[in-house]
Design a protein around this ligand. Structure first.
Ligand code: 8IG
Length: 273
């Protein structure tokens, strides 16, 4: 069980991440990693385009991780050697809606930071509000609105979130693929999808991507001093836009169908960052 305050004297979430990183180094044989990636719904098949795996471990072999709960998310961490860099790839994440607490949601991010990563790529599958985004369209996250009402940070630590989603990394992505759009990502707590009225609210507040992840991780990454890139895969139009109900299987299928494009995209972006 992860303590919820960093003030608990002998075992803060930051200490637990240090322990996880030390065990990760032992199990992978890689002393330090450079770039972390978190793969969301639909992104898993893209991992093979990143390079050769030097090790793959179960998240549950590291202190502080519990078992993955969602179909389409496997609880594994892969260490990949890509050119001169060591990539640390989380094939799944802990979602806020699992109810394990905010510290559990960001434990992977803090472990990546403790393992040496200075850059993190947060991916997700999400709903889109722009009708031109057919299922399988990748979109860069330009900023976020966190509707969980929670923070991964506890106590008087006032972390700046200006340019949270690095404009430098976004520009690099657009050099690789000039067709990439950018939009504001809105995180709802989930696990239910939105009502059409809630999607109307998202539009009114300036959001065009809706999902159940990423924002708390991005905040924890910034707190840890990492540069953050966020990429959403729009797997469905948001509720009420098409008039059809949302279906989790269709969402997974759109991800599978987009896998080769996402693999190519990540495979071209990661070497540039
Ligand atoms: I994939 O339409 C996926 N995840 N909140 N809304 C929310 N999360 C999602 C959606 C969606 N699609």
């Amino acid at each position: 069980m992860i303590p919820t305050t960093p003030d608990s004297p002998d075992h803060s979430p930051y200490d637990l991440a240090q322990e996880a990183a030390a065990r990760l180094a032992e199990l992978t044989g890689v002393a330090s990693h450079d770039v972390a990636l978190v793969l969301g719904s639909g992104w898993l098949p893209a991992v093979d385009a990143l390079g050769e795996a030097t090790a793959e471990i179960d998240t549950t072999d590291l202190p502080g991780f519990s078992a993955a709960a969602v179909a389409g998310h496997s609880g594994k961490i892969r260490s990949i050697r890509a050119g001169e860099r060591n990539l640390l790839v989380f094939l799944s994440r802990t979602h806020y809606y699992e109810g394990k607490g905010v510290a559990a949601v960001v434990h992977g991010v803090r472990t990546a930071a403790a393992a040496g990563c200075r850059t993190i790529v947060l991916t997700n599958g999400c709903g889109g509000l722009r009708e031109t985004w057919t299922p399988g369209t990748p979109v860069l996250i330009s900023d976020h609105i966190n509707l969980t009402g929670r923070s991964p940070i506890v106590g008087a630590r006032f972390v700046d979130l200006t340019d949270l989603y690095s404009s430098r990394l976004r520009a690099l992505c657009r050099e690789v693929d000039a067709s990439l759009d950018e939009a504001v990502y809105v995180q709802f707590p989930g696990p239910h999808y939105e009502t059409p009225a809630e999607i109307g609210m998202v539009r009114a507040i300036g959001g065009e991507l809706v999902g159940m992840s990423t924002t708390l991780e991005a905040i924890a990454a910034r707190e840890a001093g990492m540069e953050v890139l966020g990429i959403s895969l729009v797997t469905n139009l948001a509720a009420g836009i098409t008039g059809e109900p949302l279906n989790h299987e269709e969402v997974l299928e759109a991800g599978r169908a987009a896998a080769s494009r996402m693999g190519e995209l990540l495979g071209r972006i990661v070497p540039t960052i």
